[in-house]
Design a protein around this ligand. Structure first.
Ligand SMILES: NC(=O)c1ccc[n+]([C@@H]2O[C@H](COP(=O)([O-])OP(=O)(O)OC[C@H]3O[C@@H](n4cnc5c(N)ncnc54)[C@H](OP(=O)(O)O)[C@@H]3O)[C@@H](O)[C@H]2O)c1
Length: 241
């Protein structure tokens, strides 16, 4: 494959929640564009399966077990990347959890904590741990995977919705903080995507977005011209599922 088809050659990407679903497909897409991809998740065997698949397709990938809710775990992963690769070009904050099906007043506090610790605190920990490496090289992309739930009311999904509204606010603010360092911080807000993430009760999975659609948006963001900064992508299925 020539350089035009591998525009991310020599770039290092760290993708959280890359062991399955949207994150795995984003990782595969970035690797197909030439990046060396570090897959982050809590389950070593799943990470290794995806890394092997990418390597089998001629890409470069390694799994690093990392829980984004634990600062020490994220710092150790960032240090591993620094030692082994020296720099980071792309951080995709994709790991996320949701709890649906109950009104907020019936949601257990443990579920609230799991949602916010993963979807918001985890993103803060990753930016805290990886942004300094990007600042040193004077370039980078940070892409946060939010949701259309960040734009809408979500019946029986208030905590998830609030975490994603919060993630958008975090993204817009950090984008301004890091812009002067030539680091583009953007957010993708997909509608329903056919993964194991939620039961998507009552929805037609054949009309949902495919993880490839989200990966396509990520690929677009990381291959923009240097002076172009698409800061937010709202990605809807053509037909309502
Ligand atoms: N599917 C949808 O309809 C949809 C729509 C809009 C937005 N999104 C967003 O897209 C992202 C990915 O969703 P998905 O559908 O691909 O979900 P998924 O299939 O459930 O995958 C979630 C991934 O996150 C990882 N993960 C969860 N907690 C983690 C933690 N504490 N530390 C590190 N990794 C963790 C999981 O691996 P381990 O459990 O092994 O750690 C897994 O790889 C989420 O942020 C979600 O909110 C999804």
């Amino acid at each position: 494959m020539d350089i035009a088809n591998r525009p991310l050659d020599a770039q290092i990407a760290f993708v959280t929640g890359a062991s399955k679903g949207i994150g795995a497909v984003i990782a595969e897409r970035l690797a197909s564009l030439g990046a060396t991809v570090i897959l982050c998740g809590r389950t070593a065997a799943l990470l290794e399966d995806i890394a092997k698949k990418i390597r089998g397709d001629g890409g470069k990938a390694e799994g690093v077990v990392c829980d984004v809710t634990e600062l020490g775990s994220v710092e150790a992963a960032a240090e591993w990347v620094r030692k082994n690769h020296g720099h980071i070009d792309i951080l995709v904050n994709n790991a996320g959890v949701g709890v649906f099906g109950r009104p907020l007043h019936e949601l257990p506090p443990e579920s609230w904590d799991a949602i916010f610790n993963t979807n918001l605190r985890g993103v803060y920990y990753c930016i805290r741990s990886f942004a300094p490496m990007m600042i040193r090289t004077g370039r980078g992309h940070i892409i946060n995977i939010s949701s259309i739930a960040s734009k809408n009311a979500v019946l029986n999904g208030a905590a998830y919705s609030a975490s994603k509204w919060g993630l958008n606010g975090l993204t817009y603010s950090v984008a301004e903080e890091l812009r002067g360092h030539n680091i583009r911080v953007s957010v993708i807000c997909p509608g329903s995507v056919a993964t194991e993430f939620s039961p998507h009760t009552g929805k037609d999975s054949s009309k949902m977005l495919d993880p490839q659609d989200v990966a396509h948006a990520v690929a677009m963001l990381v291959t923009q011209a240097p002076n172009s900064f698409a800061s937010e992508i709202v990605l809807r299925p053509t037909q309502k599922p």
